[in-house]
Design a protein around this ligand. Structure first.
Ligand SMILES: [Fe+2]
Length: 500
């Protein structure tokens, strides 16, 4: 039975047997080599508690519904990606390091089944061969012994872990990191390989991309760690790259997300810049340079024109949505006072949801806080991407979560915020940690006709549930609470993948 398993992997195999024995009846491990529990620990708040990674890759059918019921007409899968380092990292900077692990809950005929798999990247394969982490961290790059790499392996200094997002476009399911190549996976979460977007070489793109509301084209960005430029890609509705052009910046800049309107790509270029000289001196590769201010680029969809507007320095990871209305561009986003990577304690004050208004005639930029609660991971009804929306779904932190000094990105309450009025409706999960909500469309009864899918981790029971909330009545009892067969760590982004 151990044929083909190297001696280096043998102890993983034995550990896998132990993990298998601990699984409940009806839950199958995926592959013996990959079901080993993760036994290392790392003194980093973003690698402990429910941020700690898991090892087992399992399948489970007929998940128990512990409250409510699964809507019988729900057909598709909620998939979510997240950083889940298999080996103890050499260095770790949340949320920029890790190995992608996709957790999927598939719905059909009122039943749910679960599957999780690592994204099988060449970086992870190289570390499996070495039996340890060999790459450095995003903020602290590391030279890699070339003897540990095969031809074609990523040379580092940090890995491409494909852990930030999972999207579907043109029939392709893509696990995405940023400023690097994406990986196509199957609906069963098997890794196919680097995605080429219909070209002859893998396409480098970011994790957050935007679909044009009229053409269905996907717009993507690829920033550079070395050059003062960002590349913009247009990928048609069938998944083929049709246009690509650079936009010049003042410095190599990290741009995690952007927004689109019917006529513009809107880039918020915050002063988070890469500095290789700083990295060589042991400081963070990514530096916060507020004196540069934040610049707002309004770029024609074909790249023919770019107009820059200036704003005071702030940082944004994530946008909820943007749209044009009455000669203005409105942008709903989560505003950070500055860039903070790695450990920071989550407070109940910052960052918060803002709405920006750009007057296209005058270039005047207005900005106002929409709601005062701390938040991140804003989402809207994705069918209205780049079209007018009012409702933003995003988590916040309340004092019903019993956790001292929670690290950043720790939340326990889902909010539905009306960005036009500031009205907030909440669903407090109490002593459970909850992350991003993904909107699952239901009918045609308005912007909020759908469900919100949220993973919630119960700190007392040490169990994870997938909770479905009614987006129209977020404060009501959950539509369904589905018990998962193992802990689902806090991850980053997910999406609803309809059945066909
Ligand atoms: Fe993100």
């Amino acid at each position: 039975m151990v044929d083909g398993i190297t001696r280096r992997h043998f102890h993983h195999f034995l550990a896998a047997g132990a993990a298998t024995a601990a699984l409940a009846p009806g839950i199958k491990p995926a592959m013996a080599l990959e079901t080993a529990n993760i036994i290392w620990t790392f003194d980093n708040p973003h690698l402990t508690g429910n941020f700690a990674p898991i090892g087992p890759e399992i399948d489970a059918t007929d998940l128990p519904v512990i409250a409510g019921r699964i809507p019988p007409d729900l057909s598709g899968a909620y998939m979510r990606n997240g950083p889940n380092p298999l080996y103890k990292p050499n260095a770790f900077t949340y949320p920029m390091d890790g190995d992608g692990m996709v957790h999927a809950v598939y719905f059909d005929n009122g039943r749910a089944r679960y599957r999780n798999r690592f994204v099988q990247t060449p970086s992870l394969a190289a570390e499996r061969r070495a039996g340890r982490a060999i790459y450095g961290s995003f903020a602290h790059p590391m030279q890699i012994d070339p003897k540990l790499l095969h031809p074609g392996d990523p040379q580092g200094p940090f890995k491409n872990g494909a852990f930030i997002n999972i999207i579907q476009h043109g029939g392709h399911l893509l696990a995405l990191n940023e400023s690097t190549t994406g990986f196509e996976i199957t609906r069963d979460l098997d890794t196919i390989g680097e995605w080429k977007a219909g070209t002859d070489k893998p396409l480098r793109l970011g994790a957050h991309n935007r679909r044009h509301p009229k053409t269905g084209a996907l717009f993507a960005i690829n920033y550079s760690h070395a050059e003062p430029t960002v590349q913009i890609h247009q990928i048609d509705a069938s998944g083929t790259l049709v246009n690509s052009f650079p936009v010049a910046l003042a410095a190599p800049t990290m741009i995690h997300d952007f927004v689109l309107t019917e006529r513009y790509i809107v880039l918020l270029v915050c002063p988070a810049v890469f500095d290789s000289a700083a990295a060589q001196q042991g400081q963070s590769f990514l530096q916060w340079r507020p004196a540069m201010g934040t610049r707002i680029g309004l770029i024609a969809l074909d790249g023919s024109t770019t107009r820059w507007l200036d704003a005071d320095p702030f940082f944004v990871f994530h946008f909820a949505n943007a749209f044009e209305r009455g000669g203005n561009i409105f942008i709903d986003y989560v505003k950070h006072e500055s860039l903070a990577l790695g450990y920071a304690q989550q407070t109940q004050k910052s960052p918060t949801l803002h709405r920006m208004m750009i007057d296209l005639a005058t270039g005047k930029v207005g900005d106002a806080q929409v709601a005062g609660m701390v938040t991140e991971f804003p989402r809207v009804n994705d069918a209205l991407d780049s079209l007018p929306t009012r409702f933003v779904y995003l988590p916040t932190l309340t004092d019903t979560l019993l956790l001292s000094k929670p690290p950043s990105a720790t939340f326990n309450t889902m909010m539905k915020v009306n960005a036009e009025t500031g009205d907030v409706v909440r669903h407090d999960f109490g002593n459970k940690i909850a992350g991003e909500a993904v909107f699952i469309p239901r009918g045609t009864n308005g912007e909020d006709d759908g469900y919100l899918a949220v993973y919630a981790f119960d700190q007392e029971q040490q169990t994870s549930d997938l909770v479905l909330l009614d987006a129209a009545r977020v404060d009501a009892d959950p539509v369904a609470m589905i018990r998962l067969p193992q802990r689902v760590p806090q991850g980053l982004h997910g999406n609803w993948i309809p059945k066909n």
